[in-house]
Design a protein around this ligand. Structure first.
Ligand SMILES: [Zn+2]
Length: 418
């Protein structure tokens, strides 16, 4: 069969299965699998795989070595399925996360947060775009190839993991089941664009102590808030310069590839007292190839410099804490077979390709930073994630399934031509 005829069969199959795909997506949204409650949706996917002859490994987090501090560890498990005909060849991973961020205040939503309602070409609800739409697309891409009994020349593991939105332990635990993937495709929403590069991030907290005093005589105190603002300005300037030093054509559309932001700040306990404590927490972007340790040290150096310029801070140094182990940046060369396959698939499907860089952290960092060829590709706009009225366009989900299936057909692993 010619490549074109095979492509057409795959696309026809996915058109025929579109309603089923979208109904599965709707059902998965209704499961309300907030982080910690991934078991609410795990069964839906495990049943789906079993029904299509795809062997499933259920990997409990409790026995993974990553359970420390995880809520409900004995209830939560990764669902890892294999494309039929696994023979121990090179493995391509498709990765998605089972968990969704909490829906928040239901009254902020126009529809109930977990309605899963299909209406006017959209599937609504928390998790629809982040990232059950991507998972549905991945599942049906595999279903299409499997139904047409296509042997790809490599194995495929679909990893559906817990805790992406909290600690990332799910993807790290899955390494025990799929230790050395030849490539990883993470199905997070990318607006249907191919993402071969992502910057990483570090989360920090800076705390300053001062000395309280009545605000009728503030000179008797030491204002911790004022000093926190000095620190914020110095750190933002440091981050701005870092952003200027790192340039990449796939980040041309955004002001910086290395965003810096303070998400929370607080100071003082009383309006009429000079604040004796001030604290802020935020994030700092990290470029591909940068060592997280080196970035942490530079940041500490800026804090030390601000402290050195003030008598009080010299005696009472601000504390800098890293709240999370951080996510490194990563980049896959455009001539890597994974990216070549995605670009070829997208071009053949839609006439042109779209590539962008990501400034958001995701489980892709876990693969990319280990040198595994990695890409993010999935339906829907990431800007619709994590807020009220999350939805994904049905058309985008079906189109993503088509591009994924065509890309898998075009993929070479370890030099094997397809
Ligand atoms: Zn996500």
């Amino acid at each position: 069969m010619t490549r074109q005829a095979r492509d057409e069969q795959v696309l026809e199959y996915l058109d025929a299965m579109a309603e089923e795909m979208l109904d599965l997506l709707s059902a998965s949204v209704r499961c309300a699998s907030e982080s910690g409650w991934e078991d609410r949706v795990a069964e839906v996917y495990a049943t789906w795989f079993a029904g299509r002859g795809m062997p499933v490994t259920r990997q409990p987090i409790a026995s993974s070595g990553f359970a420390a501090g995880e809520p409900r560890a004995s209830e939560r498990e990764n669902v890892i399925a294999w494309y039929p005909g696994r023979t121990g060849r090179s493995v391509v991973v498709l990765n998605g996360h089972l968990d969704v961020v909490p829906a928040g205040d239901p009254s902020a939503w126009s529809l109930p947060p977990y309605s899963g309602l299909r209406k006017a070409g959209r599937v609504h609800g928390r998790g629809s775009v982040d990232m059950k739409g991507g998972i549905a697309a991945g599942l049906y891409a595999l279903a299409a190839l499997s139904a047409l009994q296509i042997d790809l020349g490599f194995d495929i593991a679909m990893e559906l993991v817990v805790a992406e939105e909290t600690t990332g332990v799910g993807t790290r635990a899955a390494e025990a089941v799929v230790p050395h993937p030849a490539a990883a495709l993470v199905l997070e929403p990318s607006g249907g664009a191919i993402v071969p590069v992502s910057t990483g991030l570090l989360f920090f907290t800076v705390e300053v102590t001062g000395k309280a005093a009545h605000t009728s005589a503030p000179w008797r105190g030491v204002d911790a808030f004022e000093r926190l603002i000095w620190l914020r300005e110095a750190l933002a300037e440091h981050a701005r310069k870092r952003g200027e030093r790192y340039t990449h054509p796939l980040f041309a559309a955004v002001p910086t590839a290395l965003p810096f932001a303070v998400g929370t700040a607080s100071a003082g306990t009383w309006r009429a007292a000079v604040p004796d404590r001030a604290v802020m927490s935020g994030r700092l972007g990290v470029a591909p190839g940068e060592s997280l340790d080196a970035v942490r040290q530079e940041f500490q150096h800026v804090v030390d410099e601000v402290a050195a310029a003030d008598e009080w801070l010299r005696a009472h140094p601000p504390t800098l804490r890293w709240d999370h182990e951080g996510l490194p940046g990563w980049e896959t060369p455009l001539d890597d077979p994974l990216i070549v396959a995605l670009v070829s698939a997208q071009r053949d499907f839609s006439g042109s390709e779209s590539l962008i860089g990501f400034t958001a952290g995701s489980d892709a960092a876990f693969f990319g930073a280990r040198g595994i060829p990695t890409a993010v590709f999935g339906p829907g706009e990431v800007s619709l994630a994590h807020g009220p009225d999350e939805y994904v366009s049905e058309r985008d989900v079906v189109d993503a399934a088509k591009v994924l299936a065509l890309a898998l057909l075009r993929m070479e692993v370890n030099g094997r031509e397809r």
